[in-house]
Structures are given as structure tokens and as C-alpha cells.
Design a protein around this ligand. Sequence first.
Ligand code: ZN
Length: 233
Amino acid sequence: MRGVKTQNVKYRAVTPLKLMNFLFPPFCPGCQVYLGLKASPRQLCRECAMALRQSAENHTRQQRGPHPIDLRWSMAGYRDEPLATLIHKLKYHRKDWIIEALEPFIEKCTADIKWNSMVDAIVPVPLHPSRLRRRGFNQAEIIALAVSRQCGLPVLKNMLARAKATKAQKNIKDPSARRLNVKNAFKAMPPVKEIRRILLVDDVSTTGATLKECALALEAAGAQKIHAFTLAH
Ligand SMILES: [Zn+2]
């Protein structure tokens, strides 16, 4: 091996992560700050993580209704940042991986809720099939799956269905027009015997009109207790 000098040469290790981050620089999905070469993909910057943690600590509380929903919880106000930006990207920019960044906060804000003794199954608010085709995924379903990973309850994604296509609630300002938009918009399969207590899950609920209509459909099909969890409220 004469002439080959390898023993004293120090190579600077280029890990696959650094290489990927060099080729595709990672930015925080909450505020667009550059995260650096060593950042794990799909993570929030320190400031956004802290703001989200504070939101979850300050905001998560048990509230009543609206009837027939018994109890409801949410992680933050629907205008709170960075959650508002993250939900927007999750839904409208096809960034379903954002749920991975949100999962530790969902875990934190739901850790003290005894869902296993209150609920038999989790049901996501469904999208109309035409919107599901366009978006490629149902954000309520991936949030429901994240909640399921915390508490172990099953997700029943076919228990509720959209009976009609509705306008996006966010484009309707008047609360009574929102109620009218989703009136009778859902139909529910009758729950099987062991599943009478449902946790409804959605991304955002402002007036609560969509959750209420979902709960009415579930109640009409035989559900006995309905609770709700949303990321923002
Ligand atoms: Zn950030």
C-alpha cells in the first residue's frame, strides 16, 4: 500500500441528514425561520414550539356543548400563532406531515384527559368525497389518528359521512348562514353495541355548527354520549 496515505487524513463526516438539509434547507413550518444543517426534518423552531406549548397549557380546558355534544376540548384559539399557520398549511398546502410536528403538543394537552373511561371510539368529521379527492387526505382523520396514538382508542372513519357537499365554513361570516350551510349535511351509520360513546375530532371549530350537526347525526343513529376535540376553537 505504498504511496497511499490514509492514516492521518481526517474526514469531516457528512451525514445523510446534513446532506439532505444542504440540498433541501429545512425551514420552520410555523414562521419560516431557517433551522440549520443539523435540524431534524419536520420540526418546529424553538420559539414556535414554546408558543404552541404555552397555547396548549393556557387554552386546553373542558367546556360544555353545544348540545348534543357533552364536553369539548381544544388546544388553542383559532387565531393563535403558530397554530393558525400550521393548520392552514396542513389543509391547503397538502402538508399532512405537519401533524408530526403537532403530535407532541396534542399529547401534552390531552395527557390529563381520561378519554379511555369516557369514550369507546374516535370519529373524524368527514370531508365530502369530491373535496377528499382534491385534497388527498382528510385533516380531521390524521388528527384523529394522532389522538388515537395517545389513548389507544380506535378511529372509525366511516361512521360519519357527508350527505351533501357544503361550502367551506371559513368563507361564511354570518353564524346563522353557517348553521344553514351544514344543516343535515351528515349521515351516520348506527353504532355497534359496544360503541355508544364517541369522541368527534376536527381541526378547527369556531361557531361549533359543523360539530353540532355531526353530533345530531350520531345521536339520531343511536350514539349515547358525544364529546369533541379540535386543534383550535
Ligand atoms: Zn418557527
